[in-house]
Write a protein that binds this ligand. Structure first.
Ligand SMILES: [Cu+2]
Length: 138
């Protein structure tokens, strides 16, 4: 009996971790652009300030309830919400806990959207994301 129990325990230990267990977001949590505003006409370099209500900012890697770090999506659709946010020119991570950044974009219309990620860069459940705003760079 004892060795059966032991194999059961071992099997549990070796079972893959549930990859889809997403970090819960508190009700009412909100991420938004302080600047620029939707429809703004801006010039390079562009200062982007991130606002967050109902949650705190924590650096990537730090697992703490009701916290996350910002991701700025530039001219990008929402990535899959059950996986880490991609890391490239269109998906910028602010894993040190930054709440603003300065970007340079080619002249013309661009979209910006904020998406909060947990310690492992995975969006919360439900996802905490801003409206997608459109700006014009002159
Ligand atoms: Cu991230």
């Amino acid at each position: 009996m004892k060795h059966v129990l032991r194999s059961v325990c071992l099997a549990l230990l070796l079972a893959p971790l549930p990859l889809l267990a997403r970090t819960p977001a508190p009700p009412g949590a909100e991420v938004y652009f302080i600047t620029p505003q939707d429809g703004a006409v801006v010039h390079n370099p562009i200062t982007v300030r991130f606002g967050l209500k109902g949650m705190g900012v924590a650096p990537a890697g730090m697992q703490k309830d009701a916290t996350g770090h910002h991701h700025l999506l530039i001219d990008a659709e929402l990535p899959p919400l059950d996986q880490p946010v991609p890391n490239d020119e269109r998906h910028k991570h602010f894993g040190a806990g930054q709440t603003e950044t300065v970007i340079t974009l080619p002249p013309g219309q661009h979209t910006l959207q904020l998406l909060l990620g947990d310690f492992a860069h995975v969006p919360h459940e439900p996802p905490v994301m801003s409206e997608k705003i459109t700006i014009t760079v002159e």
